[in-house]
Write a protein that binds this ligand. Structure first.
Ligand code: FAD
Length: 364
C-alpha cells in the first residue's frame, strides 16, 4: 500500500502537534510547510509568545472541553516522562471577583472561574479555597497543580520528534490552501493527497478558506528574570475591562511571564509602555515575592512582547472539507487555548485524516 502524502501548513503549536501525532503512523509521508518556524518571533506567529500554561477555559460538554481533557493527560505524562520537552508542574491559584462578571477578561476566563468546574477531577490536589482564607475583594478562588510550558523549548522539541519520525520541514507562503497540495511542495515531488490547515489567524486571508469568523485578541506581556514559584490568575483588573493579571514561570530558566490583556480586534504589534507599567504594578502587587516585597523598579526585564491570539467566533475549527478536489483537514482558531487544547485537537484532526484515507480507498 503506497504511503499517503500529507502536507501540514503551519508550524505553530497546532501544526507541530498534528504532524507529531500523525507521524507516529508510518502510512503517512509528511511535509510541514510554513511561513514561520520555531525560532522566529513575528506578530503573524502566535505560538512563541504564549506563556504557556494549562488553565482550562472551556465550558462543560463541549468539543473544547474534550480537547482540553485529552490534552491534560498528554501534558501531564510529558512533564513526568520527558523533562527535555521544557514543561514543569506549578501550583496554581485562580481568584474570582464578582465585580468582574461580564467583562472581556471574565468572559474569556469563564470556564476557569466557575465555582464548580468540570475539570476539577483532572487534578489530584484541586481545592476550593475557604472563604475565610480569601483576600479582601476576592469572592471565590481555587488552587490545583497544573503545568507551565517553556515554548522556546517545547516547539523545537516537537520539531525534533517529527524529524525523528521522518517528517520534512520547509518554508513556504501560500496564497491559496490548495497550492500546498502541488507537487513542488511535498518532499516526494508528487502532489499531496491531503492538506492539513493549521494556519492560525492566517486562515482569515488564505485563499480557499477566507474565514471571516477569525479575529485577533491582542496579548501584551513582560518577561522578567525574577522568580515566582506559583502561577496566579485573577478574573479582572480595576484598570480596564480587557486587561488581565496573570503570572507564570516557564520551565528550565525560561523566565517569568507577567500578563496581560485580551484586546479584541486589536492588531497592534508593538508593546504599549503605559500598559506595561500597569501589568508590572498589578503582578508585583499580586505576587510580592517577585521583588521580595519591593517595587517594580526591582523587576529585571528580559523583554516586552505582544502576540495575537487567533480567536474564532463559535470556537476552533477542526473539520474536513473538499476544496477544488483537494481534501483539507482544518485545525485552527484556538484563541487563548492553543497549547492547552493542542493534543486533543491534533488527535481529532488525525482521525479526520484517517477518514479521508478510508474514503479514498473505498473509491478505488
Ligand atoms: P500560530 O502559532 O500562529 O501558527 C500559524 C502557522 O501557520 C505559522 O507557522 C505561520 O507561518 C503559518 N501560516 C499562516 N498562514 C500561512 C500561509 N498563508 N502560508 C504558509 N504558512 C502560513 N495558549 C495556551 O494554551 N496557554 C497559554 O498560557 C497561552 N498564553 C498566551 C499568551 C499570549 C500573549 C498569546 C498571544 C497567546 C497565548 N496562548 C496560550 C494562545 C496560543 O499561543 C495560540 O492559541 C496558539 O499559539 C495558536 O497556534 P497555531 O499553531 O494555531 O497558530
Amino acid at each position: 500500500m503506497p504511503r499517503q502524502r500529507v502536507v501540514v501548513v503551519g508550524a505553530g503549536i497546532a501544526g507541530l502537534t498534528t504532524a507529531f501525532l500523525l507521524s507516529k503512523d508510518r502510512q503517512y509521508d509528511i511535509t510541514v510547510a510554513a511561513k514561520h518556524m520555531p525560532g522566529d518571533y513575528d506578530i503573524e506567529y502566535s505560538s512563541p509568545w504564549a506563556g504557556a500554561n494549562y488553565m482550562p477555559v472551556s465550558v462543560v460538554d463541549t468539543d473544547a472541553a474534550g480537547w482540553e481533557r485529552d490534552t491534560w493527560y498528554f501534558l501531564n505524562e510529558l512533564t513526568l516522562q520527558h523533562p527535555e520537552a521544557g514543561i514543569h508542574f506549578q501550583k496554581t491559584y485562580i481568584h474570582n471577583r464578582l465585580k468582574d462578571v461580564g467583562s472581556v477578561t471574565a468572559n474569556w476566563f469563564s470556564g476557569l472561574l466557575s465555582p464548580d468546574p468540570w475539570w476539577k477531577t483532572l487534578f489530584r490536589d484541586y481545592r476550593q479555597i475557604p472563604k475565610d482564607e480569601l483576600a479582601p475583594g476576592v469572592d471565590n478562588a481555587h488552587s490545583f497543580t497544573s503545568v507551565c510550558i517553556n515554548t522556546a523549548l517545547y516547539l523545537p522539541w516537537l520539531v525534533s520528534q517529527c524529524l525523528a519520525n521522518g517528517v520534512i520541514f520547509k518554508r513556504a507562503h501560500f496564497l491559496h490552501i490548495t497550492d500546498a497540495a502541488s507537487s513542488d511542495i511535498h518532499h516526494s515531488g508528487y502532489a499531496a493527497n491531503t492538506v492539513i490547515n493549521c494556519t492560525g489567524l492566517g486562515a482569515r486571508k488564505l485563499g480557499g478558506v477566507l474565514d471571516g469568523q477569525l479575529y485577533p485578541a491582542r496579548g501584551q506581556i513582560v518577561v522578567v528574570r525574577n522568580a515566582c514559584h506559583e502561577m496566579f490568575s485573577v478574573s479582572g483588573t480595576d484598570d480596564g475591562p480587557d486587561e488581565a493579571t496573570y503570572v507564570m514561570a516557564r520551565a528550565a530558566g525560561g523566565g517569568t511571564i507577567l500578563g496581560g490583556c485580551y484586546q479584541k480586534d486589536n492588531w497592534e504589534s508593538q508593546p504599549d509602555p503605559s500598559m506595561a507599567l500597569r501589568i508590572m504594578k498589578r503582578c508585583v502587587k499580586a505576587c510580592p515575592q517577585l521583588t521580595n516585597g519591593r517595587g517594580i523598579e526591582f523587576l529585571d526585564v528580559v523583554r516586552h512582547a505582544v502576540g495575537l491570539r487567533p480567536v474564532r467566533e463559535g470556537g476552533a475549527r477542526v473539520d474536513k472539507e473538499n476544496i477544488d478536489g483537494i481534501w483539507v483537514v482544518h485545525n485552527y482558531g484556538h484563541g487563548g487555548a492553543g497549547y492547552q487544547c493542542s493534543y486533543g485537537c491534533a488527535k481529532a484532526a488525525v482521525k479526520l485524516v484517517h477518514s479521508v484515507r478510508h474514503q479514498e480507498r473505498s473509491h478505488l
